[in-house]
Design a protein around this ligand. Structure first.
Ligand code: SIN
Length: 485
């Protein structure tokens, strides 16, 4: 199947076979809505159940496959993604709207994730302990969990699914993957690579479609042993309830309302760059976006003036135009939600210091200027609810202590950052920020592929993703007692 053209149909990969039947949904380029990237075949409930049955059947073989076979498969997938990062990154940017540099960078990260887990296959170790009883040995090993249901969002359409799929396969599980409706072309590219690399039939299945059909089938089917989900808090609670009632293992990554503290002693240039990047790059469509900028008194006005100047230097435009720093919003629903929050911010009494309006880019697309509010307080809706767009607010704080209290006063806890030249404050913040990820003199967004990812409070539930910590979710522990001799 080709990677472009409005006639392209992105099918479902079930039991090793592509199928393109069923209702078709248009995949629209958010930079230019006249451009139809392709059409995706929405799977039925029966298709989803077929994929789960196939994954269940394939589990017996794959869970007993050796490290060499698993390593070779993951390595081949990673190698092909890296070799084609420019082509796939371009497709991703055309479909999702992040800039070309971001699309290619994300694709390269996906390749690195597969190569990382190819190595992790070879490192999976157990433990051997003596028993408190005589002549008994104890061995503790990790075994695959079973069929993993993977439900992923549109904002990182290749890196994020890769860190779930690669880990699942590395540890001997089989997969049923439901990507977000808005990004079927990237999903198709990844699934094609996995199939071409020789993945045995049924070990990996791609099922496009609505959450209410495919997502619900994954949650309801007793043959799915575990579900890993990234998306909204609202859907996350639905996933959690369904997993608890059927005793499925679960891992949930939900939103963020990530604080970036800027202290009086910060390097102004560093702080402005961290805020601009963290709040507005990738069009603010990151769970790790810096949406609350908490700034102490003496630097406040200089920081706001410099950030507004930096925002004015950012060009918002077509994702595929190399001159664009920020692409469009992913679709019309998200654009309306963002503009709705700009109205809410004004009504609640914050001052719109910059942006927040629709932008005419000379073509039909979902463009808006990044918005910065000042004079916000932490009780306002723009400071408490995840917007998932290029909208940030500045909240004044008296000093470090008040800034930390504001940073932690949130229902979320994914990422938290501080800009300071004080070792004392940086060290205290690292220890006391209530978040899974802490950044010092860095944007709250921008993560490595080989270390744990996840948060606290309403942001995450269950074991961490990524790195060797991923083994916690994708394996189950067995304790064997063996009578010696
Ligand atoms: C996110 O921020 O939504 C995911 C983190 C990443 O992949 O950079």
């Amino acid at each position: 199947m080709s990677l472009s053209g409005s006639q392209t149909i992105y099918g479902n990969l079930i039991d090793g076979e592509w199928s393109t039947g069923g209702e078709l949904a248009e995949d629209i380029n958010p930079s230019d809505t006249r451009d139809v990237v392709g059409r995706s075949a929405r799977a039925s409930r029966q298709d989803a159940d077929h994929a789960i049955a196939s994954a269940r059947q394939a589990f017996a073989g794959w869970s007993h496959s050796g490290p060499q076979q698993r390593h070779d498969l993951l390595k081949q997938i990673g190698d092909e993604i890296l070799a084609r990062k420019d082509e796939i990154g371009r497709l991703l940017s055309r479909e999702e709207g992040k800039t070309l540099a971001e699309g290619v960078g994300e694709t390269a990260r996906a390749g690195q994730v597969f190569l990382f887990f190819a190595q992790e296959v070879l490192r999976l170790a157990g433990e051997k302990l003596g028993s408190v009883r005589p002549a008994i040995d104890i061995e503790i090993t990790r075994e695959p969990v079973g069929v993993i249901g993977i439900i992923t969002p549109w904002n990182f359409p290749i890196a994020l699914p890769s860190w779930k799929i690669a880990a699942a396969l590395a540890y001997g599980n089989t997969v049923v993957w439901k990507p977000a409706d808005l990004v079927p072309a990237t999903a198709n590219a990844l699934a094609s690579i996995i199939k071409r690399a020789g993945c045995p039939k049924g070990v990996f299945n791609l099922v496009n479609g609505r959450g209410s059909v495919v997502g619900e089938a994954i949650l309801a089917n007793p043959d799915v042993a575990a579900v890993t989900f990234t998306g909204s808090v609202q859907t996350g609670s639905r996933v959690a309830a369904a997993c608890v009632s059927s005793f499925k293992k679960m891992q949930l990554e939900m939103g963020g309302k990530n604080p970036l503290i800027v202290l009086d002693d910060a390097d102004l240039e560093v702080a402005v760059e961290c805020a601009a990047n963290g709040a507005f790059f990738s069009t603010g469509q990151r769970c790790t976006a810096s949406s609350r900028l908490i700034v102490t008194e003496a630097i406040h006005d200089r920081f706001v003036a410099a950030l507004v100047a930096r925002m004015r230097s950012l060009s918002v435009g077509d994702a595929l135009d190399p001159a664009s720093h920020i692409g469009p919003v992913v679709d019309d629903n998200q654009l309306r939600q963002n503009l709705g929050y700009v109205d809410i911010g004004r009504t609640d009494g914050a001052k719109l210091a910059e942006g927040g309006e629709l932008l005419d880019a000379g073509k039909p697309g979902h463009y808006m200027r990044p918005a910065l509010f000042t004079e916000a307080d932490n009780s306002m809706r723009i400071a408490r609810e995840e917007i998932f767009g290029p909208v940030a607010c500045v909240i004044r704080a008296r000093d470090y202590e008040e800034a930390l209290a504001i940073a932690n006063d949130t229902a979320f806890g994914l990422s938290a950052g501080i800009c300071t030249t004080s070792l004392k404050h940086a060290s205290h913040f690292r220890r006391n920020a209530e978040a899974g990820i802490v950044m010092v003199n860095l944007p709250t967004a921008g993560i490595d592929f080989h270390v744990p990812f996840g948060g606290r409070k309403g942001s995450s539930y269950g074991p961490r993703e990524q790195g060797r910590y991923a083994a916690e979710f994708y394996t189950t522990v067995k304790t064997a007692y063996v009578m010696a001799g």
